[in-house]
Design a protein around this ligand. Structure first.
Ligand code: GDD
Ligand code: MN
Length: 396
């Protein structure tokens, strides 16, 4: 403290205070401070988009002139080092931030985390690959600011919009999914599959606990969860071509989509992951019976051995399928596969005891074979699911 003039001493006090204020005053205005209070947070999920992020940032900068904005990139530890390019961008401009997530994958989850990490009253979500038309952002923002909308969707399927860059297969799949979403979930917007939208953050924060972090249909999830309570406006845009790199959406997203529809239909009582896990379990039953048949009836192995082999084969195939589908965002790789498989055997063996135990006690009360059997099987799948999540595919 010795270097500082004492405060409160009578003479020259005002001058000293002014000196101090000078010392704590921030340096020259950054572009964000110059534009006033933060209005818009743009959230951009990235996976292997190293060559696109710089161009996107420059386009945002050009189109959002005069608006106080920030951009939050959420990168799932891209192998191409996207996050390093983003750190460099962020060092040069404090409107840029990058969240680097390790051990997690998923477009929806990334968007949710990005919005929750932002602080503007309005949040936009858009792709990093320049397929979304950033010049629509100011219009979207003013629709929210004026109160005309609480959600603005960039839509390919209304007059003036297009998805011309889609090949026939992708166009067909997109149209089919849109139709299902509209009919089954009674979503009324034309393009609920869009990955380009802007929303009031207070509305989003209220819905966030209901949203699924798995999958990629965040907008559909938002609209379905809001259950008609969100004032939505669609504006047309043309879905462009990807600048660099390739799409991450593979044929597996169809499964994610189905899961999301089912989860929303059951009012979120059943999670997407649990549905997939249970589905894999039923496939496992088929695998078990097929192995049993093969060993017992064809190879004439004793029943006990054939049954044990059936269980082993079914557990192994369940593990592989779960690693491939149910937990594809947390897929075990390399040596971790072996460790996971052994743990999975252990979990399922205990699950079998739980299954038989429950079945016996139900049968004891009510000797109805199918009721007791179903209760046991349910117990088994719930146990296996809970324990697998805890020990085999641990969330980081
Ligand atoms: N953090 C993170 N994690 N980002 C991801 C992941 C992931 O697992 N998967 C994809 N992304 C990022 C990409 O880097 C890109 O910026 C954006 O999410 C969209 O992914 P693309 O791989 O470019 O998807 P697309 O162009 O095939 O699909 C687009 O069109 C769909 C409509 O048909 C996206 O906009 C979808 O959101 C949209 O639903
Ligand atoms: Mn894309």
């Amino acid at each position: 403290m010795t270097g500082w003039p004492a405060l409160g001493t009578a003479k020259g006090c005002g001058y000293r205070l002014a000196l101090m204020n000078e010392a704590i005053r921030p340096g020259p205005d950054t572009p964000r401070q110059a534009a006033g209070l933060l209005q818009l947070s743009v959230v951009v999920p990235t996976f292997n988009e190293r060559d696109n992020v710089g161009a996107l940032f420059r386009k945002l900068e050009a189109t959002l002139r005069g608006i106080a904005w920030e951009v939050i990139f959420v990168d799932d530890n891209s192998p191409d080092g996207t996050w390093q390019a983003l750190r460099e961008l962020a060092r040069q401009d404090d409107r840029v931030r990058c969240i680097r997530r390790i051990g997690r994958r998923g477009l929806s989850g990334a968007c949710i985390e990005g919005i929750l990490a932002s602080s503007a009253p309005y949040a936009a979500v858009m792709d990093a690959d320049l397929q979304h038309d950033e010049t629509q952002l100011p219009k979207m923002l003013s629709l929210l600011q004026s109160g005309e909308a609480e959600l603005v969707v960039g839509s390919r399927y209304i007059e003036g919009g297009s998805a011309a860059s889609f090949d026939r297969q992708r166009a067909g799949a997109s149209a089919f999914a849109t139709e299902i979403a509209r009919r089954v979930l009674r979503v009324s917007i034309a393009d609920p599959m869009s990955g380009f939208f802007m929303i009031r953050r207070d509305r989003f924060e209220a819905l966030a606990p209901q949203l699924s972090t798995q999958g990629f249909k965040i907008l559909l999830d938002v609209v379905a969860s809001a259950d008609g309570e969100l004032k939505a406006v669609e504006i047309p845009y043309s879905f462009g071509s990807r600048l660099h790199g390739e799409s991450k959406l593979d044929s597996m997203v169809a499964l994610d989509f189905l899961g999301l529809v089912l989860a929303k239909l059951t009012n979120d009582t059943v999670s997407l992951r649990f549905l997939l896990f249970a589905m894999v379990g039923s496939i496992g039953l088929g695998v078990h019976l097929a192995t049993l048949f093969l060993m017992h009836s064809l190879i004439k192995a004793p029943f006990a051995e054939a049954q044990a082999a059936g269980a082993l084969v079914a557990m192994t195939s369940n593990f592989i399928l779960n690693n491939f589908l149910t937990y594809r965002d947390q897929r075990l790789k390399g040596f971790a596969i072996l460790r996971g498989l052994l743990l999975f055997y252990l979990v399922c063996s205990v699950g079998l005891f739980a299954n038989v135990g429950v079945a016996f006690s139900v049968y004891d009360q009510e000797p109805v074979w199918w009721l007791a059997g179903t209760a046991g099987a349910l117990m088994g799948v719930v146990w296996n699911y809970a324990m697998s999540g805890l020990f085999v595919w641990r969330k980081r």
